[in-house]
Design a protein around this ligand. Structure first.
Ligand SMILES: Cc1cc2nc3c(=O)[nH]c(=O)nc-3n(C[C@H](O)[C@H](O)[C@H](O)COP(=O)(O)OP(=O)(O)OC[C@H]3O[C@@H](n4cnc5c(N)ncnc54)[C@H](O)[C@@H]3O)c2cc1C
Length: 596
């Protein structure tokens, strides 16, 4: 494995084959003064403007959500990273991630705001002509106009390119005539501007900007949903809808470029919002556990509850480490591309594409952390958790959608492995060399050489070994299954899970290493507990995923040898995770919430 004290950020997927330098890793403790202020502003916005009226929002009170979007616009929260020339604040990518996290705990409001600022605005910002940007972006940035995005159709969800909506040039050449239907459109009930995809002449998948009021464009009633009840979700209908030719977005026949690129950014932002939601739900649950008494004791004093609270903290902290590590990579790449002469739009799109693997992994993990937190949050609340009177039940219902949209978690897991392998095939990621080295290592006698006693040397070794486990399993799967691998989705899911665990574990370790260097070991004891507990548990999970994959396609001596290898690569020393979780939960109780 290559040792790299990189002068520049790792490229997408490279963490798998290279070591990372903790001191070049961005961690949330690196937020600058302005970024902290932005986070505080978002928290305050939710506390004062949104959460006090959350029940009214959930009843879809007419005009309420649009007015909140406008209020957020007045505070600059809709356009943090839009260029100033289009009415934005021109801040960096990390700051916009902070806004997504900071507003993430606002239930349906968070969904509306994320859809407006993300899929509702970015397609025009990144793919629009100068005229289109001038016309739409300042109004979207201020919140005067609200944005939505229509990709999904009744018969094409995950298979988005299977869309049936058609577009045909009118006889006078002035309009495209759209016919078809879109479904599940967030903000659809009140948006002014929609990015819609249709196939010109039935085959050229293309983006269009559709305005409310265009002839032939109507919408259905609000859907009755399991959660995010205050988020507007409707169907859109196009019946000979006349869209002026100047409203074609991007190149004809290249709508997929818009659809997929916008999703890369959306996935990372969804992770940020899910993290923000998790932190609020965790704090609510911790506070409940402190005040609720049973058997004459606050339930927070019971080991079973301590375990749950600590596990929430572990997953959130690890998620946060992974999220901001990748956000900085995207930020750096964006600057690098701009310095090389790319436009703002080309630079961010290029950066998000470079780290599309990480965006997909973060989407999966962020949404699953939130699901874990709200599920255990309900459990901590006992019967009250099942009552509409308690906000945790809303959080539970609202969480579930996150594993479904922005690409389901199955699709994102498949994409994770697919993108890694494609990068390797294109020569962008040298998997072959490291994979061969692992194979060679498998055949050799294990090296029981002198132990490196340096700080975190043990954990660094674990991470290096986890990576070897992935390379061994993925390498064997490619060799054995070849073209069939694509059809062996269970194996791809296993490999994706190993990758997600490893990327997360490494992100947490790097953060602890950097923090320890800055603050000393005593001040970072609890962060160390979090990281060590995660690594210890991740080793088992990686082992299980690896075994499940190997057992499905290998056999005999070869399988036995790889099992031994996997055992070696996921070996960790015993660690008292019970005591570590107790220490973490004591801190949560002392802080009256999650404030790591
Ligand atoms: C509340 C809400 C808001 C939404 N907002 C928007 C929006 O604003 N704009 C928009 O365009 N869309 C939106 N969507 C649509 C959303 O993106 C889709 O629901 C999602 O992409 C999944 O598509 P689907 O529902 O058709 O499920 P399907 O694609 O039918 O998937 C069903 C199941 O099959 C699995 N599956 C599908 N294909 C594969 C495969 N190849 N391999 C393995 N498993 C597979 C999926 O993972 C899933 O578990 C929204 C949806 C909801 C519910």
């Amino acid at each position: 494995m290559e040792t790299a004290k990189q002068a520049k950020a790792l490229q997408g997927g490279e963490w798998l084959i290279k070591e990372s330098n903790p001191f070049e890793t961005f961690i949330p403790e690196d937020f600058n003064e302005e970024q902290r202020m932005v986070m505080d502003m978002c928290t305050q916005f939710l506390d004062t403007e949104v959460l006090p009226i959350i029940e009214r929002i959930d009843k879809l009170e007419p005009g309420l959500m649009p007015s909140l979007v406008e209020k957020a616009g007045e505070q600059g929260l809709l356009s943090t990273s839009f260029p100033e020339q289009y009415g934005g604040l021109g801040k960096d990518f990390i700051t916009s991630t902070i806004v997504n996290e900071g507003l993430g705990g606002g239930h349906s409001f968070s969904v509306a705001i994320a859809a407006h600022t993300g899929i509702g605005s970015l397609p025009i910002l990144y793919f629009g002509t100068e005229e289109q940007k001038q016309k739409y972006i300042p109004k979207l940035a201020s919140g005067e106009w609200k944005g939505a995005y229509g990709l999904t159709e009744p018969n094409s969800g995950s298979d988005a390119l299977g869309a049936k909506t058609t577009a045909k040039l009118s006889d006078d050449g002035k309009y495209y005539i759209l016919n078809g239907q879109k479904c599940w459109i967030t903000n659809g009930g009140f948006a002014d501007v929609y990015t819609v995809f249709a196939k010109i002449d039935g085959d050229k998948f293309t983006g269009f900007i559709v305005e409310r009021g265009f002839e032939g464009f109507t919408q259905g009633p609000e859907e009755h949903k399991m959660g995010i009840k205050g988020s507007s979700t409707v169907q859109l209908y196009f019946q000979d809808c006349k869209v002026p030719v100047e409203n074609v977005l991007g190149e004809i026949g290249r709508g997929h470029i818009i659809a997929f690129n916008i999703l890369n950014i959306g996935r990372l932002k969804l992770c940020a919002a899910a993290l923000g939601g998790s932190k609020r739900a965790a704090t609510t649950s911790i506070q409940y556990a402190i005040t609720r008494e049973q058997f004459k004791l606050p339930i927070a004093k019971f080991g079973a509850i301590k375990h749950k609270m600590a596990e929430m903290a572990i997953r959130m902290w690890v998620c946060e480490s992974a999220l901001y590590r990748a956000s900085k990579w995207i930020d750096d790449k964006e600057h690098e591309l701009m310095a090389s002469g790319k436009t703002f739009a080309e630079a961010l799109l290029g950066a998000a594409e470079e780290y599309a693997i990480e965006c997909a992994m973060l989407k999966v993990y962020g949404s699953e952390v939130l699901d874990y937190v709200v599920d255990e949050g309900v459990q901590i609340h006992g019967g009250n958790g099942f009552s509409d009177e308690y906000v945790i039940s809303k959080a539970y219902r609202d969480s579930r959608i996150n594993r479904i949209y922005e690409g389901t978690n199955e699709i994102n897991r498949l994409l994770t492995v697919d993108m890694v392998l494609k990068r390797a095939m294109k020569g962008k990621l040298d998997l072959m060399g490291p994979a061969m080295a692992v194979q060679k290592e498998l055949m050799s006698i294990p090296d029981f050489g002198a132990e490196d006693e340096g700080a975190f040397s043990k954990e660094l070794k674990y991470i290096a070994n986890f990576k070897k486990a992935i390379l061994m399993v993925a390498g064997a799967a490619v060799q054995k299954l070849m073209m069939q691998l694509e059809k062996e989705q269970e194996v791809l899911m296993n490999i994706a899970d190993m990758a997600i665990e490893t990327y997360n574990a490494e992100s947490a370790l790097l953060r602890v290493m950097k923090l320890t260097e800055q603050k000393g070991a005593a001040a970072t004891q609890l962060q160390s507990d979090i990281m060590k507990t995660y690594l210890y548990d991740a080793a088992d999970r990686i082992n299980k995923s690896g075994k499940d994959a190997l057992n499905s396609f290998a056999d005999g001596d070869e399988l036995r040898m790889m099992h031994i290898g996997l055992k070696r690569f996921t070996k960790v020393e015993p660690y008292n995770t019970k005591d570590a979780r107790r220490r973490i939960s004591e801190k949560l109780v002392a802080d009256n919430g999650y404030h790591f």
